[in-house]
Design a protein around this ligand. Structure first.
Ligand SMILES: C[S@@+](CC[C@H](N)C(=O)[O-])C[C@H]1O[C@@H](n2cnc3c(N)ncnc32)[C@H](O)[C@@H]1O
Length: 267
């Protein structure tokens, strides 16, 4: 995952924070851990979800890991500024977490399996450090769940670049629909996966701004160089596609839909 070995650009870090803020209620409100419980946050990045975990579960004993040193530095600074608790941060590879068997009561993963070449192997390694009876929560998107208005061929081409670039990097941005079979094959029981639908229109200006403008469009724009270099799209179609995607986030005509998937199971 060379694209993640380095820390994020300031722009991408801001996008991850905007994304977490906008999606907080939809994705996180039903995740609460008891004070004192040992939670492993896997692939914390710049700490966007760390902040939410600390806010929603006061008194939790949180350990947050990531492979990118620069992101961990940002995550630590942000947790300090928030003042809601000081997680332990550790730089390590999630495929081989450096903890004893059953060291944690709960595992929490958000937007990471989609980037991995081998999610089943990752889950095997991570579940080793979860105690029997502990819970594993996984949140992922599915870029195939996206539809929008006005729909244009150029906008769809630009969007599809996101899926193809991630696939070329060894990931799977369509992983949301695979969450249940993946978690089940990993051995989780009492498993429940729920779709979390985002719907944006002019009557929901906070969603239009926070999701379409600040989360989705910057995410697509982030693959521009890779898409052009890989010959997936030409520069003119790309520019048109991005302009058309902006129109889906503009009042009064734009609408945008996307589905996240959240799975919770017990070891
Ligand atoms: C899209 S970010 C998500 C960050 C955070 N969970 C969030 O939702 O804001 C994916 C993260 O996975 C991390 N990552 C990727 N491969 C990893 C690995 N093998 N071990 C640990 N972290 C990894 C990256 O460094 C990056 O911070």
């Amino acid at each position: 995952m060379t694209d993640y070995v380095d820390s994020y650009s300031a722009r991408e870090a801001q996008r991850l924070h905007d994304q977490a803020h906008t999606l907080s209620a939809l994705l996180h409100d039903d995740t609460r851990y008891a004070p004192g419980s040992r939670v492993l946050e896997v692939a914390c990045g710049v700490g966007a979800q760390t902040a939410i975990l600390l806010r929603n579960s006061p008194g939790v004993r949180l350990t947050s890991i990531d492979i990118a040193h620069g992101s961990l530095v940002q995550a630590r600074a942000q947790a300090r500024a928030q003042g809601a608790g000081e997680p332990r941060f550790c730089r390590c590879d999630l495929y081989a977490p450096p903890y004893a068997d059953a060291a944690f009561d709960h595992l929490f993963l958000c937007f990471v399996l989609e980037h991995l070449a081998d999610p089943p192997r990752a889950l095997r390694g991570l579940l080793r450090v979860l105690k029997p009876g502990g819970t594993c929560t996984v949140i992922e998107g599915d870029h195939g769940s996206c539809y929008f208005h006005p729909h244009t061929a150029a906008a769809q081409r630009a969007w599809d670049c996101l899926i193809r670039v991630q696939a070329a990097l060894g990931g799977d941005s369509l992983i949301g629909r695979r969450l249940y079979p993946l978690l089940r094959a990993a051995g989780l029981r009492e498993l429940a996966v729920s779709p979390r639908n985002v719907y944006c229109d002019a009557g929901r200006p906070a969603w239009m701004d926070g999701f379409v403008m600040k989360t989705i469009i910057p995410m697509v724009e982030g693959v521009r160089e890779a898409a052009l270099a890989g010959g997936l799209i030409d520069a003119d179609t790309w520019a048109q596609g991005i302009a058309d995607l902006h129109a889906t986030g503009r009042a009064p005509q734009g609408t945008f839909c996307y589905t996240f998937f959240k799975g919770v199971g017990r070891k």
